[in-house]
Ligand binder design. Structure first.
Ligand SMILES: Nc1ncnc2c1ncn2[C@@H]1O[C@H](COP(=O)(O)OP(=O)(O)OP(=O)(O)O)[C@@H](O)[C@H]1O
Length: 268
């Protein structure tokens, strides 16, 4: 069991030179959060509350201003193969076919060509793209590209998947299918997951826990245990889960939490 831990983390962006009146920006403050391998922690919050900054800290793309981020007790000092990131834009390498995109992290690890091709093919099989290995990224649909991106993230056998709006660019139907897919693949991989999403519905559906980030500066102000992903993994349809009264109640409650304070802001 691995654990990703934020302990008392704050983040300030430095003043922007040349932009009058744009001083240092306090983005995150007093963040305490743990993600274990058997969890998918979904982070929701209003635009600008610091969700992507939080993920970038976990990825090691940014360093905290204060506090520590650790994986199994070892400080995160930069990007590492133990944490794989998937963004909204799949960011596949356009000059590589799907199989070689998936194999790319294995190349970086020095895995020999034959073995990495075989492992990449096995990953493509797992994400339902067994026959798409020879296709170029532009020959794939949005959902297929995102599955290649997820297969590539899994290639390095990370301890954590860091998912920044991975389904945000997909149409509603594909998104629902990909939500089921993401839950299955996450469970099979044994990796913990931190998911950033704008969608309260998606957070509730996929998260074992949902945390709410409130803005200015970003603080974790609420946390709820959501059991819906276990229902989906046990075979319940996403549509049936979303239609259940308990799901609707929790959705309304979270909407209220995220938007509390909006009226004061508008009045101010
Ligand atoms: N490199 C940077 N330098 C200065 N300020 C930044 C930088 N990156 C982000 N910010 C600011 O930090 C705040 C949080 O940004 P962040 O992208 O983490 O929020 P978010 O919750 O992911 O937003 P969204 O939901 O719109 O994607 C915003 O006010 C943003 O303008």
């Amino acid at each position: 069991m691995s654990i990703l831990t934020f302990r008392n983390v704050s983040l300030r962006y430095p003043p922007q030179p040349g932009r009058k009146g744009v001083g240092e920006k306090r983005v995150l403050d007093g963040i305490n959060l743990q993600v274990a391998s058997d969890e998918l922690v979904a982070v929701i919050g209003r635009s600008g509350s610091g969700k992507t900054s939080l993920l970038n800290l976990a990825a090691g793309f940014l360093a905290p201003s204060t506090g520590t981020i650790t994986v199994d007790g070892a400080p995160v000092r930069g990007p590492g193969a133990d944490r794989a990131v998937v963004f909204q834009d799949d960011a596949l390498y356009p000059w590589l076919d799907a199989r070689d995109n998936v194999a790319f992290p294995l190349k970086l690890k020095g895995v020999p060509l034959g073995e990495r091709r075989a492992r990449a093919q096995a990953l493509l099989d797992r994400v339902g793209l067994a026959d798409a290995g020879d296709r170029n990224p532009w020959e794939l649909s949005g959902g297929m590209r995102q599955r290649v991106g997820i297969a590539r993230a899994l290639a390095a056998e990370p301890r954590f998947l860091l998912l920044d709006e991975p389904l945000g660019a997909l149409d509603a139907l594909t998104r629902t299918r990909m939500q089921e897919f993401l839950l299955r693949i996450k469970a099979e991989s044994g990796a913990g997951a931190l998911l950033i999403t704008h969608s309260i519905e998606e957070a509730l559906l996929l998260g074992t826990r949902v945390v709410v980030l409130s803005p200015n500066p970003g603080r974790l102000t609420a946390e709820i245990e959501a059991g819906f992903n276990a229902e989906v993994r046990a075979g319940a349809s996403v549509a049936a889960v979303k239609a259940s009264p308990i799901f609707k109640r929790m959705h309304a409650g979270l909407t209220g939490l995220i938007h509390s304070g909006d009226d004061e802001e508008l009045a101010a």
